[in-house]
Design a protein around this ligand. Structure first.
Ligand code: BG6
Length: 308
C-alpha cells in the first residue's frame, strides 16, 4: 500500500518454536529455532520449494530430516584424533536451540519497475548459550550468526563464524539444502562438469565429473566445482532449470540422494518413496578444514533462485 512503511508489508510471526516471514507477494519462509533450520520456503503460488520428511521430528529431539539443516563445525562423521572427534555426525549447530536476533527489510527495484521487498531474519548461537553437554564435546568460545533472507524468487542463507577463543580452531560448514523436485529420474545437476569429486558410495575414490549429474541410484559426492563459488550450480528438471545456487566463499558442493534402500533404513524418512521427490545440493566448505585464528571471522553463503 503506498504511504505505508515497507516493514508494515512484511508479516513476521515469532513464536516460541519458530519464526515465519511472509512477503506481500505471498512468498514465505519458516525457520525452526531448533537448529535454525529452514523448514519451509514457498513461492508466490504457495508451492513448497523444500523437501521435508513427513516423519521428521520438529520437537528438538533429533536433527530435522529435510529443509535446510546447518552443518557446523564438522561435516559427516568426525575424524579420529581431531578437536571435533567427540561430536556427532554433522556437528551441533543443527541440534542446538538458536536465538532469534531480529529482522530487517529492504526494498529494491523490481524487474517490472515497482519495488521488491526482501526480509532478512537473523539467528544467533554462541558458546555462552550452548548446552553444557555439547560444550563438553567441543570447548571453544565462538559466535555464529545465521541470516536467512527471503526475496522475490530467492532465498539466501549465510553464516558468519567468529572465533572468540584464545586458540585457533578448525571448522567445516555446510548448508544442507533438501530441494523438492517432481521426479529424481528426470533431474540433472548442471555446473559440476569438469569438477573433481570424492565418491562416498565408491570407497571415497577421487573422480572427475564428465557431464551433468544424473541419478540412477544412491548418490553421495563431494564436489569442488571448477568455476568457483560464483558459477551457478543448477537443478534441471525435464530440461528446465528449476533452482540455481550461487555460493559465496563456499568452495564445495555435496550432492546426495539416499535412493530406496538408504531411505528405507532411515526411521525419520517418509514417505519411503520420498527420495524421488528430493535432491540435496549442499553448499559448503567441507573438503579439508578452515582454520580460524582468534578474533577472526569466516563467512559463507548461498543464494538460491527459483525459475518459473
Ligand atoms: C550428506 C552426507 O551431506 O548428509 C551423507 O554426504 C549423509 O553421507 C547425509 O548420509 C545425511 O546425513 P544425516 O546425518 O542427516 O543422516
Amino acid at each position: 500500500t503506498p504511504g505505508l512503511p515497507a516493514q508494515a508489508q512484511v508479516n513476521i510471526t515469532h513464536g516460541s518454536q519458530k519464526v515465519t516471514a511472509v512477503l506481500p507477494t505471498g512468498e514465505s519462509v519458516e525457520i525452526l529455532l531448533y537448529g535454525a533450520t529452514v523448514i519451509s520456503w514457498k513461492d508466490k503460488k504457495g508451492a513448497e520449494k523444500l523437501w521435508l520428511s513427513e516423519a521428521t521430528k520438529l520437537d528438538g529431539s533429533k536433527a530435522v530430516r529435510g529443509g535446510i539443516p546447518l552443518v557446523f563445525p564438522v561435516f559427516g562423521p568426525p575424524p579420529p584424533n581431531h578437536a571435533t572427534s567427540k561430536l556427532p555426525q554433522h556437528g551441533f549447530a543443527r541440534t542446538s536451540r538458536w536465538e532469534f536476533l531480529g529482522k530487517s527489510t529492504s526494498e529494491s527495484e523490481s524487474s517490472e519497475g515497482g519495488a521488491d521487498l526482501s526480509v532478512k531474519l537473523d539467528f544467533g548461537l554462541s558458546s555462552a548459550s550452548l548446552d553444557p553437554q555439547t560444550k563438553a564435546l567441543w570447548g571453544y568460545a565462538f559466535n555464529l550468526i545465521y541470516s536467512v533472507t527471503l526475496g522475490t524468487g530467492s532465498l539466501t542463507t549465510s553464516l558468519v563464524v567468529t572465533n572468540d577463543d584464545e586458540r585457533p580452531f578448525d571448522l567445516q560448514v555446510l548448508l544442507h539444502t533438501y530441494f523438492r523436485i517432481d521426479d529424481i529420474t528426470a533431474v540433472t545437476v548442471k555446473g559440476l562438469e569438469g569438477a573433481s569429486y570424492v565418491d562416498k558410495v565408491d570407497a571415497k575414490k577421487e573422480k572427475t565429473q564428465s557431464a551433468e549429474v544424473k541419478f540412477v541410484g544412491e548418490t553421495d559426492r563431494v564436489y569442488t566445482p571448477v568455476g568457483g563459488p560464483s558459477a551457478p550450480v543448477e537443478i534441471v528438471q525435464g530440461g528446465k532449470t528449476v533452482f540455481s545456487v550461487v555460493r559465496d566463499n563456499l568452495n564445495d558442493v555435496v550432492v546426495w540422494n539416499p535412493w530406496s534402500e538408504k531411505a528405507a533404513a532411515m526411521g525419520d524418512f517418509a514417505p519411503k518413496d520420498g527420495y524421488k521427490n528430493m535432491v540435496c545440493v549442499e553448499a559448503g566448505s567441507v573438503r579439508g578444514w578452515q582454520t580460524l585464528e582468534p578474533g577472526d571471522a569466516f563467512e559463507g553463503a548461498q543464494t538460491i533462485t527459483i525459475s518459473g
